[in-house]
Design a protein around this ligand. Structure first.
Ligand code: ADP
Ligand code: MG
Length: 700
């Protein structure tokens, strides 16, 4: 049971005054988890990605144009647009004793501005001052306050990721209320550790990040942010340790097989397995044959061929007369795995089916029945596989693709579906080898080190957007040669609809040039539509696919050999690597064109250079860490660790070993979390959504 003291934090955001259904919906888009309404804690964990420094408060004569200034001015005169040109700007003349300033609004309501700027009154306005025609101007100041408001104006103003339609002031106001609700919580960290690192309390840490006193307070390196990151890492390490203890305490069941099915599958493959695929297969089948439970991670770069290894693992338990489940994080991926696996499985006589949220009615109930009877050997699907109604006759092996999207909760739900289910996790998360174990919680690891034979290096080039026409001509040639092309447009969280509009515009543009061989796929499309678009592309019915980054994880169309990434400078290195990994999967020589908007910053330039130089995901991960070290503020979102909200690999990764040791020590002394610190740690597990692990404490 969740401690009552946490209730205010787990209340829905709509319980805060002023948050109605409309605002709640916007917040849900920003910070909601899956389809659940956002809660107060979700807002508190929505940390700023930058700041506006309002400490610069010069006289008008000392203003440096194009910087953020906060100036005290007297309102002299309103100059609304003439009635015959209502779209003209609305100007307000203001001054101090040194100079004049024009404050300018477009499309503003007159009565609103008259109230905000009464003539003759003193106002503090903050924003970027520019020089226009030799006069100082401020366009749409972001803060306008009177003397009383100025006294309360935060001089270091955090900047939050937003979503279309949500105003920064609305986020700020909601945060004020949320911070007020922060209860006093028992301290779960070791006091000596807190002192050593000068970490503040949990509540003080949140307050200082949302209400910074200095720019340093807002940086991920700050004591406050590090404290919260460490909290999160500790919660995750505790949960993993509890899960591991639980899984290991149940003995498994061995599945005996000679390898007949495996032989049939490998015979049906158009290629032979790489040495590391073979090694992984023998590691896994050896585990499966043992009565101990398997907890194994298959770690391999994009395109290294994890899927077929997983299929062979499934074949092993199926040959022993048992069942396997294969879970993908998205509908598209589940369908794609189904499409690749079905023919191979057929040639080995394995009965495969798919189950996602989309299978309904008769089809669904038939699949469920067949699964329960054991008439399906291998089931592919999404989260839908975890639902209570899904029952197996004898589930032996659960395979989870790209596990960082699945939590402890799902792993447990799955483990409950069979007697001592073996677990195989597939991941391409490029994290340095030293951290793999800590990150995934002490599993056995198989690594796919080499790429399948015959792969050629992807010819990678950076091209400025000004040469778009040449790129389109290159695409035209590729299409003439019968190739298939991805064209990726970025979708940045800050403003989904603007970016979507950009992707759609690019689509129309390409459609005009290339006709109906062009198609589009993006995140706002319904699942079935997305699948159909992917399917048409996979079959070659369309050959130029404009996509937002929904194609990022795992999609496999070996015939695609050209990748154009627009605004490559906006992507993180790891993301670019993942995207590029969508081509170069067949024998054909592939190219990747990184279109960027000039001029490039130093870090962006270095990033693109790394990408041109190497296609080794681990090297790229390491270079990424190094580049991040130079602090690119805008990249913050991308450097989050998958599955973590606050901790960032580049900054806080070094805390992982300490968190792991701490978790081990705590559980060694207090395995049921009953001591005072143990009780406090239970709060922590709830706060960071690792509370499923608490149920294991009772389960023994
Ligand atoms: P990932 O590890 O990213 O999940 P996939 O399993 O999707 O990679 O495999 C990528 C592509 O490589 C697929 O088209 C697959 O058929 C192919 N492939 C896998 N193993 C080999 C191999 N040993 N030789 C040649 N191609 C292979
Ligand atoms: Mg894959």
């Amino acid at each position: 049971m969740r401690p009552n003291v946490l209730n205010p934090l787990f209340a829905p955001l709509s319980a805060l005054p002023g948050i109605g259904p409309k605002l709640e919906k916007l917040f849900a888009r920003l910070i909601g988890r899956d389809d659940e309404p956002p809660r107060v804690i979700d807002l508190l964990f929505h940390l700023p990605t930058g700041l506006v420094d309002r400490r610069n408060q010069p006289k008008l004569s000392n203003v440096t144009p194009d910087t953020v200034v906060t100036v005290a001015v007297t309102v002299d005169r309103h100059r609304p647009p003439p009635s015959n040109r209502p779209r003209a700007p609305y100007n307000i003349d203001a001054s101090d004793d040194t100079n004049t300033l024009t404050i300018t609004y477009f499309n503003a309501r007159r009565d609103y501005l008259e109230k905000l700027f009464p003539e003759g009154a003193l106002r503090y306005v903050s924003g970027i001052a520019t020089l226009y025609d030799g006069h100082l101007q401020m366009l749409h100041p972001d803060r306008v306050v009177d003397a009383a408001g100025f006294a309360r104006l935060p001089l270091i103003d955090p900047v939050y990721p937003l979503t279309e339609g949500l105003h920064p002031n609305q986020v700020r106001k909601a945060l004020d209320l949320a911070l007020e609700r922060l209860p006093a919580l028992p301290e779960w960290q070791d006091p000596a550790w807190l002192t050593k690192n000068t970490y503040p309390s949990f509540a003080a840490a949140l307050a200082s990040i949302h209400r910074p006193a200095t720019p340093d307070d807002i940086s991920p390196e700050s004591a406050a942010w590090s404290r919260l990151a460490y909290d999160e890492l500790l919660a995750s390490q505790l949960a993993l340790a509890l899960l591991r203890g639980h899984m290991r305490s149940r003995t498994g069941r061995g599945s005996a097989a000679e390898g007949k099915l495996r032989a049939r599958i490998t015979a049906a493959l158009p290629y032979s397995l790489t040495p590391s695929q073979q090694r992984a297969v023998s590691d896994i089948t050896a585990d499966l044959a043992q009565p101990q439970r398997m907890l194994r991670l298959l770690h391999g770069d994009v395109g290294s061929g994890k899927t077929v290894v997983a299929l062979i693992a499934a074949a092993h338990v199926i040959e022993a007369g048992r069942q396997a489940a294969f879970m993908a994080p998205t509908e598209i991926l589940a369908r794609q795995h189904f499409a690749t696996i079905a023919p191979l499985a057929a040639s080995a006589g394995i009965r495969v089916a798919i189950l996602t949220g989309r299978e309904r009615g008769r089809e669904r109930s038939e699949t469920l029945a067949a699964l329960a009877l054991g008439d399906i050997d291998l089931i592919l699907g999404t989260h839908a596989l975890f639902q209570d109604e899904v029952a197996f006759r004898d589930l032996a092996l659960a395979i989870v693709d790209e596990q960082h999207r699945f939590g402890v909760h799902q792993r447990l739900a799955l483990a409950r579906k069979g007697e001592a289910v073996d677990l195989l996790v597939l991941t391409a998360t490029p994290i340095p080898r030293t951290l793999v174990l800590t990150y995934f919680g002490d599993m056995d690891v198989s690594e796919l080190r080499e790429k399948p034979a015959g792969r050629q290096k992807i010819d990678t080039r950076a091209v400025p957007l000004t040469r778009l026409d040449e790129v389109i001509e290159a695409v035209a040639r590729a299409l003439d040669e019968g190739r298939r092309v991805y064209w990726v447009c970025p979708l940045v969280e800050e403003s989904e609809s603007i970016d979507l509009a950009a992707a759609e515009e690019r689509y129309r543009h390409l459609l005009q040039r290339f006709g109906d061989t062009v198609d589009i796929v993006h995140g706002r499309m319904r699942g079935a539509e997305k699948d159909r678009a992917m399917e048409r592309f996979a079959k070659g019915e369309t050959r130029l696919l404009v996509a937002t980054t929904v194609i990022e994880v795992g999609v496999d169309v070996p015939e695609a050999s050209v990748m154009v990434i627009e605004h490559a400078e906006r992507f993180g290195l790891a993301q670019l690597h993942q995207l590029r990994g969508r081509v170069g999967r067949g024998a054909e020589r592939s190219i990747c064109l990184l279109l960027y908007r000039a001029p490039l910053g130093v870090t962006a330039k270095a990033r693109l250079a790394v990408l041109r130089e190497t296609d080794d995901g681990f090297r790229i991960a390491e270079e990424d860490l190094k580049l991040r070290g130079e602090g690119d503020v805008l990249g913050t979102r991308q450097s989050g660790m998958p599955g973590f909200r606050i901790a960032r690999l580049d900054v806080h990764g070094k805390l992982l070993p300490a968190a792991r040791d701490d978790a081990a020590l705590v559980l060694a002394r207090d395995p049921k979390l009953n001591s005072p610190r143990g009780q406090a740690l239970r709060h922590l597990l709830y706060l960071f959504a690792r509370d499923e692990a608490i149920r294991l404490l009772g389960a023994g």
